[in-house]
Design a protein around this ligand. Sequence first.
Ligand SMILES: [Zn+2]
Length: 142
Amino acid sequence: MSTNKTTTTIVIALVGLIAAFCGCFFNFFGVLWVWAAFGPQEANPGGRLVQGIVMLVVGLLIWGGAAVGIYFLWRRMQPPPEQKITVEQKIDLTGEIDLEKLKCRNCGAELDKDSITVAEGAVVVSCPYCGTSYQMVEEPKW
Ligand SMILES: [Zn+2]
């Protein structure tokens, strides 16, 4: 879904840029022409005033439309709150080892939970029968 989000972001940016530019263009000439129509020169009386008002309205409509469009796109981009997933991982090292099948590497005696210690992330087996102490090679599977 991240590609959708990226696409939406690009669309929002493009629409915003185009709308801002077009809106500025229309509003700039609209204000200029309306202002010129009331100016002292009156080079083109009447015609420019209507043209200027139309351009102003179009420019404002572009800005408003873009703002509404961007708002709805932005709203759609927000993930719904119920999709939040809290990942909780419990790692119980000694619990993952099958103690009943564990036997001493040296003498073959069956080892219980007390013979196994976890030190610095490594599983160390201390056999109470022969006194051997070694680190378990097998990676615990989870
Ligand atoms: Zn042993």
